[in-house]
Design a protein around this ligand. Structure first.
Ligand code: KG4
Ligand code: ZN
Length: 335
């Protein structure tokens, strides 16, 4: 079965073709980062308008890459939520119109299920069951995954998501948008031990997270420093490094706790923050010590993309699931 995947939940138009026998045939992505950079974050109306402009040329591009005609598509999957409603509508309308014209089944996919399953596109994919750490701009969740659709929430952030904390801290430090990669690059030049950052909620039992305190800590710290003298690039790099290390330490500790609680030896990290090299390296070293392993997708499939939606959709369409053309979109949607 050949499935066209369409992702438009936020600021990336992602299109891909996945074949259940041959694997990923083609994928293309248009990122709106430059469009939103001036505003320091995503402007929903601009995002929707840009998806409208990009979506059809990208579908043509993916079909051309795969040397296929639209008639070769056997099913279509689109992101039905969570996300920005206008942006979701662009993808959904395009998917449903194409499916109606081609007379093929169409299915709305959960964006976070897409992220969760993205590492399945890699060689040597993770086998079920595993613990998943979903870390994106909107979510920080630990989930026990027993199979497709068999998800049990173990813990989540009580306030900001990890990616959101990266984005807000980067903005505060004047590093720009999106914050994750900017902080990571800046932190590489910094000394993580110069400033002491808290490790939120590690002293409490359980698997929930809290990241808003780290952001406040950064604000207080930068204000204190700035009151003494103008901040130098090295100060910013040291703050970025201290902040990143605090987030990574917290995520690593909770992942280890989740593995112990479930008795599982396999961890999957997914979502934009799973592209973070420091998180990957620290998890690898730390889990090896307890006989467990961590798996993740290639960096371009950690952030939003069409391949993960094509894959998640293919799994479900192949199992006989599909939507009717009126299924509502879900800007908020628990996994
Ligand atoms: O999964 P994603 O592309 O979109 C959502 O579903 O939210 O995640 C985007 C988030 C942003 O907050 C971005 O700053 C963060 O992932 N991110 C990173 C890195 N790359 C992206 N955070 C830390 N380190 C990175 N290398
Ligand atoms: Zn995402």
């Amino acid at each position: 079965m050949r499935v066209l995947g369409i992702e438009t939940s936020c600021d990336e138009t992602g299109i891909a073709l996945y074949d259940t026998k041959q694997g990923l045939l083609a994928h293309a992505l248009y990122s709106q980062i430059k469009l939103h950079a001036t505003y320091g974050g995503v402007v929903p109306e601009l995002a929707s308008r840009d998806h409208i402009q990009r979506i059809l040329p990208l579908i043509d591009q993916v079909l051309a890459q795969a040397k296929l005609k639209p008639q070769a598509i056997d099913g279509i999957a689109y992101t039905a939520g969570p996300g920005l409603i206008g942006a979701l509508m662009v993808g959904a309308m395009c998917a449903r119109t194409l499916a109606f014209a081609l007379q093929v089944p169409v299915l709305g996919v959960h964006h976070m299920e897409g992220h969760l399953l993205a590492p399945q596109l890699e060689v040597n994919p993770p086998a079920f069951p595993f613990v998943a750490l979903l870390v994106s701009g909107g979510h920080t969740q630990l989930i026990e995954v027993r199979g497709i659709g068999k998800y049990q929430l173990l813990g989540e952030s009580l306030d900001d998501a990890a990616g959101e904390a990266f984005d807000k801290t980067a903005k505060m430090l004047g590093l720009g948008y999106p914050g994750g990669p900017k902080i990571a690059a800046c932190a590489a030049e910094g000394n993580a031990d110069r400033f002491r950052f808290p490790r939120p909620m590690l002293d409490r039992p359980g698997l929930d997270f809290s990241f808003s305190g780290l952001k406040t800590h950064t604000l207080t710290l930068t204000r204190q420093l700035a009151a003494e003298r103008a901040l130098q690039p090295q100060d910013i790099a040291d703050i970025a490094a201290g902040f990143q290390q605090a987030v990574v330490d917290t995520l690593v500790a909770k992942c280890k706790r989740a593995l112990k609680a479930t008795g599982l030896k396999s961890l999957v990290i997914a979502g934009g923050v799973s592209a973070n090299q420091s998180l990957r390296t620290r998890l690898q070293a730390s889990l090896a010590g307890m006989g467990a392993q961590v798996k993740y997708a290639r960096p371009e499939f950690c952030t939003d993309n069409g391949a993960m939606i094509a894959y998640a959709g293919a799994c479900r369409l192949q199992a006989g699931q599909s939507d009717d053309l009126e299924t509502p979109l879900r800007p908020r949607w628990p996994l």
